[in-house]
Ligand binder design. Structure first.
Ligand code: HEC
Ligand code: HEC
Length: 228
């Protein structure tokens, strides 16, 4: 679409007549969006205090995580891939069957402040909307099961129950994770891993194993079939 008002105005005189009105509307809409963002962005200083009171006991200072106990929330890959929606809803609902309790009592704006604090640890731009818009995985769950058993289960547990099965990875076979994570989020996490954690990437020569795109999708389809 042509978004340049000057060229549109020359080709559409009626549009030109409406210009002051439309510009006014744009300004108001812009102000509303800015106000919405200011609220949505949260207050990192408040969030830091709330984090210390509610989250640090498990996720540790600076949210670096503790293997086998709670994941890192400040590694740059997590922060660039996880949408606010993913984090807000995970914190609100917790992850049933894991050590992550629900925090609905903190309210949306309280959790948004915590998210702002977490996000202050990375200046990489968010890739969440592109990642969440990636196509759904298609593949063979039987092949995915073989890969999962061979390379993922040592850390994530044979049933994908994570720490509950003695692993150092999170519970990626549970509904609490799978109902919130898009296929793109799972795919990109498998490909690039997460810095400063035990989750290394599985793509490329430096990966833990060099999985093809198809093999990664087989694993995602298998995980979706596990969902419990
Ligand atoms: C009692 C310990 C505990 C507390 C307190 C806790 N968490 Fe968690 N959290 C966990 C565990 C354990 C997991 C991983 C669950 C799993 O295996 O999937 C987790 C997972 C998460 C995830 C998902 C991370 C990912 O890699 O997908 C987010 C986001 C999160 N917690 C945020 C918070 C926030 C914010 C707070 C404070 C409001 C908090 N947690 C408090 C234990 C805790
Ligand atoms: C050496 C241990 C290890 C192996 C092997 C491993 N992971 Fe992980 N994985 C982790 C850890 C640890 C985390 C969470 C990072 C943290 O603790 O901060 C994680 C996180 C993830 C996440 C994000 C989950 C969330 O809660 O947000 C996905 C998805 C994932 N791993 C998929 C896989 C798949 C699929 C495989 C096999 C191809 C695999 N992992 C192999 C350790 C491992």
């Amino acid at each position: 679409m042509n978004r340049n008002p000057s060229t549109q105005a020359t080709t559409h005189p009626a549009w030109r007549a409406a210009l002051p009105y439309l510009l006014g509307g744009t300004l108001i809409a812009g102000a509303l969006i800015a106000a919405g963002n200011a609220r949505a962005d949260g207050d990192a200083a408040k969030g830091e205090k709330m984090y210390a009171q509610n989250c640090q006991v498990c996720h540790q200072a600076d949210a670096i995580g503790l293997p086998g106990f709670a994941p890192s929330l400040t590694n740059p890959e997590f922060l660039e891939m996880a949408s606010d929606k993913f984090i807000l809803s995970t914190v609100r609902d917790g992850r049933p069957g894991t050590g992550m309790p629900p925090f609905s009592h903190l309210g949306r704006s309280g959790v948004q402040d915590i998210v702002a604090f977490l996000r202050s640890h990375s200046d990489r731009p968010s890739r969440a909307s592109q990642i969440d818009a990636q196509p759904e995985a298609h593949g063979d769950p039987r092949l995915g099961e073989l890969w999962f058993a061979q390379i993922c289960s040592t850390c994530h547990g044979v049933r994908g129950d994570g720490y509950a099965e003695g692993g150092t990875g999170t519970a990626i076979g549970t509904v609490g994770f799978l109902s919130k994570a898009s296929d793109g989020f799972i795919r990109e996490t498998i490909k690039v891993g997460r810095s400063n954690t035990r989750m290394l990437g599985f793509k490329g020569a430096s990966g833990l194993a060099n999985l093809t795109d198809r093999e990664i999708d087989d694993i995602i389809v298998y995980l979706r079939s596990l969902k419990h």
